[in-house]
Design a protein around this ligand. Structure first.
Ligand SMILES: *Cc1c(COP(=O)(O)O)cnc(C)c1O
Length: 366
């Protein structure tokens, strides 16, 4: 008999259940014998990405034999210039997921606690568990972060707090006033990760900008990604801005070549095309309106969202509806694992996709 290899794993790892990604379209088409499936399940950009990215990636194809720049200098410089912050504050990640894990690996050990909200992004609790630290999930208020309760959950053992703004999967957000008040109460030796994966979808001035806090609160780490509004999810590239000493620590635990050469080039090109980002934002706002009107017409309610997705309250178990939508070729995201069994999360798609989703939902609910 083979040895019990699971028992050999580090204690935090033994209890992990892996992140459940949405199924790829090809796999479902094979399984269900369908073609024409649409996927509104992973908050991907229905507009694709900037055409400038395609040119940049093609240019990089002749250099696949070479290691990427392990320091990602050109991209870091572009980010520093774009946001008018020092380059020494930038960390690059293989997706911003990577950054969340770097934070956990660098700053958490068994016995330490990390605070996050109920119904917040699943990666927080996974990253915390994987290093054997203790995740403290604070009950949400109206599906969103209850910042006063999160502040009250901070103990002497707390090292990190995760705040997603807007949050996935709920789409809820925290306002500047609340965030200011929260940050004032957090001890300076507790790191606060502001995860702004969907920040580009929010019209400027509508939500606090994490970067504005860095000078006042050196314990803040802002994470962002090229996966969502920039449309580069396949390439895996994200980044953080934080105090240079925090950045130094994160870079000690990072793999030397954690961001690949195509991703580096693509991200620089994507950042240069803010018109594309603005169009994505407008497109998303129009699609959000379209889906909300359709959901209203079906007599259903939803959680107001500032992301590129919407959680719809079916007032009954979501999984059978999810299955029935699948059989009609529409993939959405069940959020039972987020403690939201009566909801489905749908990503805002292209107008025709939104239409198809709404028609399928109407048919299924009948
Ligand atoms: C999608 C997402 C991320 C990161 O995605 P990457 O592709 O790893 O950059 C981070 N936080 C939240 C809340 C997300 O929804």
């Amino acid at each position: 008999m083979a040895c019990d290899f699971i028992a050999l794993a580090a204690p935090g790892v033994q209890k992990l259940s892996p992140y459940q990604p949405g199924k790829p379209i090809e796999e479902l088409e094979r399984e269900l014998g369908l073609s024409n499936i649409i996927k509104l399940a992973s908050n991907e950009n229905p507009m694709g990405c900037s055409p400038r990215v395609l040119v940049a990636v093609e240019d990089a194809l002749s250099e696949l034999a070479l290691y990427p720049d392990g320091n990602g200098f050109v991209l870091k410089q572009a980010l520093a210039d774009f946001y008018r912050r020092p380059l020494a504050e930038v960390t690059l990640g293989n997706g911003s997921n990577d950054i969340l894990e770097l934070v956990a690996r660098a700053f958490l050990k068994p016995g330490d606690e990390a605070v996050f909200s109920q119904h917040s992004f699943a990666v927080y609790s996974l990253a915390v568990q994987a290093v054997g630290a203790t995740g403290v999930s604070v009950p949400a208020q109206r599906w969103g972060h209850d910042l006063p309760a999160m502040a009250a959950a901070i103990t002497e053992r707390t090292r990190v707090v995760f705040i997603a703004n807007p949050n996935n999967p709920t789409g809820t957000w925290v306002e500047e006033r609340e965030l200011d008040a929260f940050l004032m109460t957090v001890p300076e030796n507790v790191l606060v990760v502001l995860d702004e994966a969907y920040g580009e979808y929010v019209e400027k001035g509508y939500l606090p900008d994490g970067l504005d806090y860095l000078d006042r609160f050196p314990n803040v780490i802002v994470t962002r990604t090229f996966s969502k509004a920039y449309g580069l999810a396949a390439l895996r590239v994200g980044y953080a801005f934080a105090h240079p000493d925090i950045t130094n620590v994160l870079n000690r635990v990072r793999q030397p070549f954690n961001v690949n050469a195509l991703a580096l080039r693509a991200a620089v090109a994507a950042l240069s095309d803010q018109d594309f980002v603005a169009r994505s934002r407008q497109h998303n706002a129009a699609g959000m309106k379209q889906i909300i009107e359709g959901v209203d017409a079906l007599g259903l309610s939803y959680i107001p969202s500032r992301g590129n997705f919407l959680c719809i309250d079916l007032r009954r178990e979501g999984l059978p509806v999810y299955d029935a939508l699948l059989r009609r070729g529409v993939i959405v995201r069940p959020v039972t694992n987020y403690g939201m069994p009566n909801f489905l999360r749908v990503t805002i798609g292209a107008p025709a996709e939104n239409e198809r989703f709404l028609a399928a939902l109407q048919a299924v609910l009948k």
